[in-house]
Design a protein around this ligand. Structure first.
Ligand SMILES: Nc1ncnc2c1ncn2[C@@H]1O[C@H](COP(=O)(O)OP(=O)(O)O)[C@@H](O)[C@H]1O
Ligand SMILES: [Mg+2]
Length: 428
């Protein structure tokens, strides 16, 4: 079979790495891809937002299956357009992708189907939102743009002034264009965050191993939010007991809710969870594999990834057993200094790293020019490592991270520290 993967990040590089292992696939394509995907697949220089050109490409190359994982193409209806020509996809259609592309849709869904989430109010009028914040007594409070905002549309406001500024930025100054014209204001939850990726065919849902992202740019969770600076999997705070509650009270109800709403969800559904002293809450859904969670979760997957993907689109996930290694994976992201704000790119990357079993170097933002690999984004490389214990996995991932060199390289030195220090008897 010929399989096309849409995207250009570390997530897509990881997906290609594991699709390569499938005997069923004879050729892989990636669009637009990066310096490393081109070693595993044929890169095509087409924008991931150009549905018409992508459909043309699928027809021309006689591609049998398309994997769509970035959020913008999914909410842009790429799956719908490809399925129209009779080609199957991994990923939700536009209507199902709204579970991520509209936070208001997701919050209302959870309210309607009694899925635990922070209490919230929705606003489409700036004055009313400001009035509401004026009347609030409890801070922090959380202000969220309704639509996709490159991971920057959520503000934790510590007082009225910060809340008002965020509302005015979003609703009046249109900082996130259309995405911020409507907002959610919600209760601040305290606890530990867990990322949970799942596979679903719309009827059956099967969780992958849990993980812990590190969103903030600097050590000890300081600095601005980023796309993610590192991940460990599994997440030790996601205990068996909590997993059981989540499956019964969150995972299955969500899939059933989407079906009842006439938007059956197929593909990878990501649950952003907060484990609080009152149990697990949903912070948000993503309609796709997380980046960089994927780079720490897929290295632990034992089952053929392509087989699972096909089962999600064919609707027979129930009969497929999905297995993971009982090991740990740590992923450290190397970034361009200054990310997520201003940074420079175009610097040569030297790897100094021999190929080694259970070590994965995924490219996030790289390109090839004159046979040299150059930095080409804020997040540049994700170094993942699988070992028997979390401690060993972290140590090895850092050993690899240190060896890779490029100008202005920056990375957090405390990935997984919180997980290693988890008090054994703590509930959260
Ligand atoms: N209600 C909340 N209480 C506490 N923290 C929150 C809440 N909602 C979001 N956050 C924090 O903000 C981050 C981003 O919010 P999220 O809803 O995941 O939006 P996005 O990923 O689209 O930016 C979360 O990972 C979490 O750390
Ligand atoms: Mg999030």
């Amino acid at each position: 079979m010929k399989v096309l993967v849409i995207g250009k990040g570390g997530r897509e590089d990881a997906i290609l790495t594991f699709l390569q292992k499938s005997k069923e696939i004879e050729k892989l394509y990636c669009l637009p891809g990066n310096a490393n995907t081109q070693k595993k697949a044929e890169n095509a220089n087409i924008s991931e937002m150009d549905n018409e050109k992508i459909v043309e490409f699928v027809k021309k190359e006689k591609i049998d299956y398309v994997v769509v994982t970035p959020d913008n193409p999914l909410s842009n209806g790429l799956v719908d357009d490809i399925e129209k020509i009779g080609v199957s996809c991994f990923g939700p259609n536009k209507k199902a992708a709204e579970i991520e592309s509209s936070k208001i849709f997701a919050k209302n869904l959870m309210k309607k189907y009694n899925i635990k989430t922070a209490d919230f109010e929705v606003f489409d009028n700036c004055e009313k939102a400001l009035e509401y914040v004026n009347s609030l007594e409890k801070f922090p409070t959380v202000i969220k743009a309704d639509g996709l905002a490159f991971g920057k549309g959520v503000i934790i406001a510590n007082n009225k002034e910060e809340a008002k500024e965020a509302i005015i930025d979003m609703m009046q100054n249109e900082k996130f264009n259309e995405s911020g014209k409507k907002i959610v204001i919600e209760e601040f939850l305290e606890g530990v965050e867990v990322s949970l990726l799942t596979f679903t065919d719309g009827k059956t849902i099967k969780p992958m191993v849990s993980s812990m992202d590190h969103k903030r740019a600097l050590e000890n969770d300081k600095g601005p939010n980023t796309g993610g600076m590192g991940v460990i999997a599994p997440n030790p705070f996601y205990t068996k007991e909590i997993a059981k509650i989540c499956e019964e009270e969150i995972l299955k109800p969500t899939i059933n809710a989407m079906q009842k709403e006439g938007r059956p969800f197929k593909g990878c559904l990501y649950f952003g969870l907060m484990i609080t002293k009152n149990g697990p809450y949903v912070i948000e859904y993503n309609c796709r594999f997380g980046d960089p969670e994927t780079q720490a979760v897929l290295p632990l997957l034992k089952t053929d990834l392509f087989k699972i993907m096909k089962a999600t689109s064919e609707g027979n996930l129930e009969n497929l057993e999905i297995e993971f290694e009982e090991k740990s994976c740590a992923c450290v992201v190397l970034t361009s200094k200054g990310y997520p704000e201003k940074y420079e790119t175009g610097f040569e990357i030297r790897f100094n790293q021999e190929e080694e079993e259970n070590v994965f170097i995924f490219h996030s933002g790289t390109k090839i020019e004159n046979e040299k690999i150059l930095t080409n984004g804020g997040r540049v490389i994700a170094c993942s490592c699988v070992k028997d214990t979390l401690k060993e996995a972290i140590e090895k991932a850092y050993e690899v991270a240190e060896k890779i060199e490029f100008k202005n390289k920056f990375y957090r030195k405390d990935i997984g520290k919180k997980a290693l220090n988890k008090p054994i008897y703590s509930n959260v």
